[in-house]
Design a binder for this molecule. Structure first.
Ligand code: NAP
Ligand code: SF4
Length: 686
């Protein structure tokens, strides 16, 4: 049989000599700090997490970052690789990966001024905008010792059984802090000219090579676009790549944007594979293999990057968190069964940056491989799941995977619930992939799916277990005049039932109010994110320019012409969108601003007045009455649980196995992460 992805699934050899490493394919699971790295008592969990991905066929796993010194910690007592005892503990992880036929590299990362603790030091004493701690400037002796510490960590990694290492030289960590004028104002041998700023990473690699010999593959993650003021120029990036290659780097992995950059690089609204052209530019200039990364989430896309010669390997971190079987499914021609990463960051990076263990919104088993187990059932009991939103879909698929006989009832003619609405939002197109995944898994697992079927207690009488996942309905605030047909819910708009006019007021500025505002200002005729014109427009909007003309790739932003005039209101006086995701909320807020959405906090809604050609939303703001003359008012005021079926079942003859999940259970602050996790947990316990 011919391979469905001949480039992606072909082997590649990294390094040379007896320790050269032949990977079974070109898929690299990029480094992702899960939090499990930080405590010795999590080693068994880390081993299970890595083994599951190796079993799923990935070519090379790169661990989360391990600091070469205590001052390089990401946070107090975070992961480090500084002693032989620590190295020996890693054997449990590396052995587990090797038993599954995989290969694994340790990433050495010094956080520099990004560390979240008072011991931090950096090239200069310049505080980062994203941590509260100010670093001290490293003395020349400290710089020298730290370069050697990197090499020692690599040598320890070899003792720990690693097949390769990655030196973290991107995302704004210590190595970048030496490389960029922005953060390096030294005038000694480690700063001043561009060449002197490059000395630190080159020394790290040179000393590592000297210590571990010629053969071990050394991957270096190079920052192609810093996306910050005072970042490296393109010429500097190429010179650095050349110097690193001469010093002994075997592979150049690519990174885009420092963590403090105010341009999103990996979240949903970033077009897929947006950065491949800059990777291709590097590849054209260097002699070692180059690995593409960032916002690549399907085998088709990865294959096209390799087939076009833009890179030699493809790094996918979050997609492997979302589906550990990504590679085996692709290889078996079952790509339509891949649980695709939707780039939401909600359970991975948002957790990491909040000091919580990472997981995945679409795969709550990620990093919980030993505790959230879908064990095969011994008795094939019958399960009815009512409602096919995220909670119901997760329950149905997880229960069927365990071998239970599942029937899924859905009152509407389509699967998806609130997810079907979310995927209509510009920049959230990938949410459709989750529905594709569930739809296909239901077929493969032979679940009895009954669409347009509103389950009654009689329908459910014969089942051993009933899981009610009837979801939510939009909250309709009791506002005088809200019965006007031009006052509509977010569901009306996102489902296409109502097309609002050019002037719109949005009541409620939670996640959905912000999403609906994006939808309203977006021109439906604009090129999509999968078209080159759409990528170009996105780059111009965010001010990403040609790095050979604009250092760091940063240029002036081009505001978007809003398709509608939108006013977004909330009652709270806090900043609008304050509670959105930690790693994505700022970008959503920026889009609102750049798209001319008028934001009003501290509003009191008084009434809605109907006029022949408009409605007027009367509000009071700061004690002043205001009347917003609009074509439509869209209500995004949260949700209420839909629970009548559950109440009927509970009050009728007690059903022996009755469960309530998702928004039907708790509507307040419901999100898909909680819904999918709860559904999966209930299915695991049935
Ligand atoms: P939400 O986040 O609870 O926001 C509802 C908003 O409506 C609140 O901000 C509230 O603000 C307002 N509100 C509540 N009751 C009201 C009333 N009686 N009259 C007028 N306004 C009222 O809910 P949501 O926006 O519907 O989102 C649902 C869930 O989906 C949330 O958990 C959200 O995080 C998630 N989600 C997340 C994203 C994301 O990007 N991460 C996107 C979409 C949805 P005031 O009380 O200040 O007016
Ligand atoms: Fe991808 Fe979201 Fe899962 Fe993170 S939480 S891996 S971004 S789907």
């Amino acid at each position: 049989m011919t391979s469905p992805y001949p480039h992606l699934l072909s082997p590649i050899t990294l390094g040379s000599g007896p320790a050269a490493l032949t990977l079974r394919n070109r898929v690299v699971m990029g480094s992702m700090h899960t939090g499990l790295e930080d405590a010795p008592w999590h080693v068994a969990k880390l081993a299970a997490y890595a083994a599951e991905r190796a079993r799923g066929g990935v070519g090379l796993i790169i661990t989360g970052g391990y600091a070469p010194t205590k001052r390089g910690w990401l946070k107090p007592f975070a992961s480090e690789m500084t002693t032989r005892m620590q190295a020996m503990r890693h054997r449990q992880v590396t052995d587990a990966v090797h038993e599954e036929g995989g290969a694994i590299a340790l990433q050495v990362l010094h956080a520099g001024r990004y560390g979240y603790h008072p011991l931090i030091h950096s090239a200069s004493a310049r505080k980062s905008p994203i941590t509260p701690f100010k670093p001290s400037a490293m003395s020349a002796a400290q710089v020298d010792r730290t370069a050697t510490a990197f090499a020692r960590s690599v040598a320890l990694a070899v003792k720990g059984g690693y097949d390769a290492v990655e030196v973290m030289g991107s995302e704004g960590y210590l190595i970048n802090q030496f490389l960029a004028e922005r953060t390096n104002d030294r005038s000694d041998a480690w700063g001043g000219s561009a060449e002197k700023r490059m000395r630190f990473p080159v020394e790290v690699v040179r000393r590592t090579r000297d210590l571990v010999g010629d053969d071990l593959p050394i991957v270096y993650r190079i920052s192609l676009l810093d996306l910050v003021e005072g970042g490296q120029s393109w010429d500097e990036v190429l010179t650095l790549a050349q110097l690193l290659t001469e010093a002994g780097v075997s592979v150049l992995n690519t990174g885009i944007g420092w963590h403090e950059a105010r341009i999103p690089t990996i979240i949903t609204q970033v077009p897929r594979a947006a950065w491949r052209s800059v990777t291709a530019r590097l590849k054209a200039e260097v002699s070692v293999p180059v690995c593409a990364s960032n916002r690549i989430n399907s085998p088709e896309l990865a294959e096209s990057i390799l087939a076009d010669g833009d890179a030699d390997l493809v790094s996918m971190a979050r997609p492997l968190l979302a589906d550990p079987e990504f590679v085996v499914k692709a290889a078996a021609g079952r790509a339509d069964e891949i649980n695709t990463c939707i780039a939401c960051n909600q359970a991975c990076l948002d957790h990491t940056f909040a000091n919580r263990t990472a997981s995945c919104l679409v795969n709550p088993r990620a990093c919980r491989e030993t505790t959230l187990v879908l064990a095969p059932t011994r008795v094939r009991r019958s399960v009815a799941v009512v409602g096919a939103g995220p909670a119901g879909l997760a329950t149905a698929v997880s229960a069927a995977e365990r071998g239970l006989a599942v029937t899924l009832f859905e009152a509407s003619p389509a699967l998806g619930g609130q997810f079907r609405l979310a995927m209509a939002v510009p920049g959230k197109e990938d949410f459709a992939e989750t529905l594709r995944y569930y739809t296909r898994r239901l077929e493969v697992l032979d679940v009895d799916v009954r669409l347009s079927s509103r389950a009654t207690p009689d329908d459910l009488a014969g089942f051993d277990e009933v899981v009610v996942a009837t979801g939510v309905e939009p909250r309709l605030p009791a506002l005088p005049g809200a019965d006007d047909p031009r006052v509509v819910s977010y569901a009306d708009v996102l489902s296409g039932r109502v097309v609002p006019g050019r002037r719109v007021a949005v009541i409620g500025a939670g996640g959905i109010g912000v999403d609906v505002s994006h939808w309203l200002v977006h021109d439906p005729a604009a090129p999509g994110p999968d078209e080159q014109a759409g990528v170009d427009e996105w780059m111009a909007h965010w001010g990403v320019g040609d790095p050979s003309l604009h250092p760091g790739g940063l240029t002036e932003r081009k505001p978007r012409e809003p398709f509608r005039e939108v006013t977004l209101l909330q009652r709270k006086t806090s900043v609008i969108g304050k509670d959105l995701g930690k790693t994505s909320g700022w970008a959503h807020r920026a889009v609102l601003k750049q798209s001319g959405v008028t934001q009003v906090a501290g509003a009191t809604y008084e009434r809605i007045e109907a006029r022949a050609d408009a409605v007027v939303l009367h509000v009071t703001v700061d004690g002043e009455p205001r009347g917003l003359v609009v074509d439509h008012v869209v209500l995004c005021a949260g949700q209420e649980s839909v629970r009548s079926l559950f109440d009927d079942l509970r009050h009728a003859e007690a059903h022996p196995g009755l469960h309530l999940v998702g928004g039907a259970d708790v509507a307040a602050e419901l999100d898909a992460k909680r819904a999918i996790e709860q559904g999966t947990r209930v299915a695991a316990a049935l």
